[in-house]
Design a protein around this ligand. Structure first.
Ligand code: SF4
Length: 464
């Protein structure tokens, strides 16, 4: 691609996975920390083409090591607007993966990058990654007139970068949550993740951002303006089929077409029946726990296990790939703050478990009366301790469980009622000739006291 870059750069490397055995270094990821951020800034704040690395670059890192990573991109241009930041930021994932021997997973403050041994041997450094990214951004988006990239690997600098990035994410998400699905006539869709989840179509509405968290309704609108033929397009809203579940004819028709008929219906705000598909880069998973008839949430950063005894990574493997998984849903953290968050399933009243770190992070979105009732890994590490906690806290799902138990008891009673005896006799004596009872005489009688006779069918025949 460029003489300056010692490895190939192109679409063919997009699906490249770097296994641990071929890893030179790990950057950010679940066992370290990191964040990516792209900002639209005034032109005089960008030194076009500049790449800076604050902290050690790859050639100064130890083979097999793990380092924190911050990626900060500044772009400027007359036609650029702030709403484009999330969409351009999401492109980092795709552009980074075009670089041979450089792997990028996830988004925002849960990124995870890896450099392969082969590419490190060829001399690939973060500096080159930056140069490649600049070229890719400028080639794909001519609205970007100036671009500058800074990588942070110094521990303190990464911490500062993460704090700045989180502030920006919060602002973007807060802006999106002020608008509701009913306030707009058009929604947006993103097909970026179809490269690895071919039937996945993200429906982006004011009340539901894309699963990766990087694309909100505002960002969708801005993206369509600058790139009308790109992976983000408009979805006409169509008829409202169910306002609570969040079913719209426009979304159903669009998703059916873009998933090649694999998905026909989508509920935006439920994890049951027709849940939204999940690709693989969702920030969190909402999962149904049948034993308590409640819903748990686990996010990508959580290293422990859910009450099911499995970690996020195992669950993610079962949920992703662009399929509808009953009782499982890949979501963004921003969706937890949506006023329509799983409203068809009971919203926060149905949430029974989430990691303590996530609970704290979205504290302001959780209704005050529910905050103390939702268990975390500190109170419930398995289903038994979860049940105990919910009982102790009088969680609203108990009412659902009670109702269900009552319904079951009523059904049982109905079944019993259905099985009423066809005759009840204080005494019934039957001759029992020839019955093969050991030690009994050949002729005898059997007397039943308080006999109840059940029969599948009773036939009454008139004599004569
Ligand atoms: S998760 Fe959805 S919004 Fe995010 S990049 Fe993938 S398809 Fe687009």
């Amino acid at each position: 691609m460029d003489e300056e870059i010692p490895v190939d750069v192109g679409l063919i490397y997009e699906g490249e996975r770097i296994r641990k055995s071929n890893m030179y270094v790990d950057l950010a990821g679940p066992k370290s920390k990191g964040a990516e951020l792209l900002l639209v800034v005034p032109k005089d704040e960008v030194e076009d083409g500049k790449v800076e690395v604050i902290g050690p670059d790859v050639d100064e890192m130890e083979e097999g090591g793990r380092y924190p990573l911050g990626i900060f991109v500044k772009v400027a241009g007359d036609k650029l607007e702030e709403d484009l930041e999330g969409v351009f930021e999401r492109k980092l994932h795709y552009f980074c993966n075009y670089i041979q021997g450089f792997m990028h997973l996830n988004s925002r403050d849960i990124i995870w990058c890896r450099i392969s041994k082969d590419s490190a041997k060829k001399g690939l450094k973060l500096y080159h990654v930056g140069k490649a990214l600049i070229k890719l951004y400028k080639t794909e988006f001519d609205v970007i007139e100036k671009i500058q990239i800074t990588f942070y690997t110094d521990d303190k600098a990464v911490d500062e970068h993460i704090a700045r990035a989180r502030e920006v994410y919060e602002k973007r998400d807060a802006r999106a949550s002020a608008l509701k699905d009913e306030d707009v006539d058009v929604f947006y869709s993103c097909l970026l993740c179809q490269s690895f989840a071919p039937t996945h179509v993200c429906a982006i509405t004011p009340s539901r951002s894309g699963g990766c968290g990087a694309v909100t309704w505002f960002e969708g609108r801005a993206a369509v303006k600058v790139d009308p033929n790109g992976p983000i397009t408009e979805i006409p809203k169509g008829e409202v089929i169910d306002p609570i579940k969040g079913e719209f004819s426009g979304i159903n028709e669009f998703v059916k077409e873009k998933s090649n008929g694999a998905i026909e219906r989508v509920y935006l705000h439920s994890i049951f029946d027709y849940p939204h598909t999940s690709c693989g880069c969702f920030e969190a998973i909402a999962f149904y726990i049948p034993e308590v008839d409640g819903i748990g949430i686990v996010h990508r950063d959580f290293q422990g296990v859910t009450p099911f005894g499995i970690p996020f990574s195992t669950m993610a493997g079962q949920v992703g790939g662009g399929v509808q998984s009953q009782g499982f849903l890949g979501i963004s953290i921003a969706y937890l703050r949506s006023p329509k968050f799983l409203q068809a399933d009971g919203g926060w009243n149905r949430i029974v478990w989430m990691p303590s770190q996530l609970k704290e992070r979205v504290r302001e979105a959780i209704p005050e009366e529910m905050y103390e009732k939702i268990a975390t890994e500190l109170e419930a590490s398995d289903l038994e301790s979860l049940k105990d906690w919910l009982k102790q806290k009088q969680h609203p799902v108990l009412e659902r469980l009670d109702e269900e138990a009552e319904e079951e008891a009523a059904e049982e009673e109905t079944r019993e009622q259905e099985a009423q005896p066809v005759a009840t006799l204080p005494e019934l004596t039957l001759p029992a000739q020839g019955m093969p009872i050991a030690g009994a005489p050949t002729e005898f009688t059997i007397t039943f006291k308080n006999a109840k006779i059940y029969a599948e069918k009773v036939i009454i025949r008139r004599k004569g």
